[in-house]
Design a protein around this ligand. Sequence first.
Ligand code: IP8
Length: 243
Amino acid sequence: MTVVLKLGGSVITDKDTPETVDRAALDAASSTIAAYGDTDLVIVHGGGSFGHHHAAAHGVSRTAGTHDDTAVRDVHRAMKRLNEQVVDALAAVDVPAIPVHPLSVAHRSMEDELRLPSQQVRTLLTEGFVPVLHGDVIGHEAMGATILSGDELVCALAEALSADRVGLCSAVPGVLDGEDVIPEINDFEDVAHVLGASESTDVTGGMAGKVRALLDLETPAFVFDRGGLEPFLMGRQPGTRIG
Ligand code: IP8
């Protein structure tokens, strides 16, 4: 059983205060993963208050490229700082977490397609490690560099590894219609009217972008909040099932 799990930036950071980890939330998620992540697990985390603030300050996004080397370093280094804290929190509870930095291996082609080699992740998994990737800034042919979201990574990895389940641990208990969690989504048009824009600085599209990308996957995906992490890792179906 191969599982790709994204820890959303809003879950593990204080999204409105630059470069601030939510220590209690990160430690709690790490302990849950240590207790229940008894499977081939790849972890991806989002940018939260690390990547997004720098990306917004430099005007770089998924679609707005930059040739400013300072911008690329600022965004990437912020994400590496967060990644180090995530890897350390996991390692502290004996999860064999290993950092994998997308900027060093991935790029986007002229046709706007993500090229992400996956053999290094596959090998790490086979050898018993837990690769921990993160949203990043990557080279983009003819555009300089653009943002790679954790959601894109999750989708690319799920396909490349033929994952059995995808989980997105987010700030909300699922995709919401008002106060209610939508149990299942199979068509974007059914929910387009209820998907608003993300409230904090988020350069990669918020919930609408997540749902679109997850619907394109073969693998069933679940969107849930931190309370859903344990049931998800136990093989249950918390939050919203997409696809
Ligand atoms: O939080 C974006 O990843 P996301 C990463 O998964 C950066 O959208 C660098 C802003």
